[in-house]
Design a protein around this ligand. Structure first.
Ligand code: HEC
Length: 182
């Protein structure tokens, strides 16, 4: 046993050896020696680098997660609005689609969704302030609200009708997305 090896071994008694973490009570030298004959002194250095590399990865990953959480916590409701509003529209559209699939298209199951999409449609300009002055955006938003106004003025009463209305609303979504969604 060269003296410098045993010194190094003692300085990191908690290093991984043979795939398990050594406890402080165990002597690294004793375990390492029984597992690996003295012929390969390099492998313990390689282990140490691997360990440090993995430790670095873990600390880095934790750091990134913490940074992202801090970043997310700093978002204001206004920051969240575009995604929140769009997710809400998509949720209502999904519920209507579900109603059609389950053949439950009476007014109480469908009108509240159209009504919610219509009223939150008022927030489109507020959610996208950068686009609000763009005439094409205004037109798309107006068309979206107009489609829902028409649907609420003469509500569809069966699944075929709900399907047709939902398709028209979906086209209004798509029209705006084609111009403004990346
Ligand atoms: C007047 C414009 C407009 C209308 C109408 C519109 N959207 Fe959007 N939508 C956008 C824009 C702009 C984005 C891109 C947001 C971004 O990337 O920041 C978007 C993004 C989305 C997203 C992705 C959100 C995310 O997580 O980034 C979904 C889902 C979505 N819209 C659903 C809908 C549905 C469903 C409808 C109709 C029921 C609809 N949108 C109607 C403008 C519109």
């Amino acid at each position: 046993m060269p003296p410098n090896r045993s010194r190094k071994s003692r300085s990191m008694p908690w290093i991984l050896a043979g795939g398990r973490m050594l406890s402080f009570g165990e002597t690294f030298r004793g375990t390492a020696m029984s597992a690996q004959p003295e012929a390969k002194p390099k492998s313990s250095a390689a282990m140490r680098y691997l360990f440090l590399f993995l430790l670095g990865l873990v600390i880095g990953a934790i750091g990134v997660v913490m940074l992202m959480r801090t970043w997310d916590a700093r978002k204001t409701p206004q920051d969240r609005l575009p995604e929140a509003l769009m997710d809400l529209q998509a949720w209502h559209a999904g519920k209507l689609d579900e109603a059609i699939k389950q053949n439950r298209c009476d007014a109480t199951n469908t009108i509240p969704h159209f009504r919610a999409m219509r009223s939150t449609g008022e927030d489109l300009e507020a959610a996208f302030p950068d686009l609000a002055d763009d005439q094409r955006f205004k037109d798309h938003a107006a068309k979206y609200r107009g489609t829902l106004d028409a649907a609420l003025a003469s509500p569809p009463l069966d699944c075929a009708g709900v399907g047709t209305t939902l398709k028209q609303v979906g086209e209004a979504c798509k029209g705006c997305h084609q111009d403004f969604r990346n």
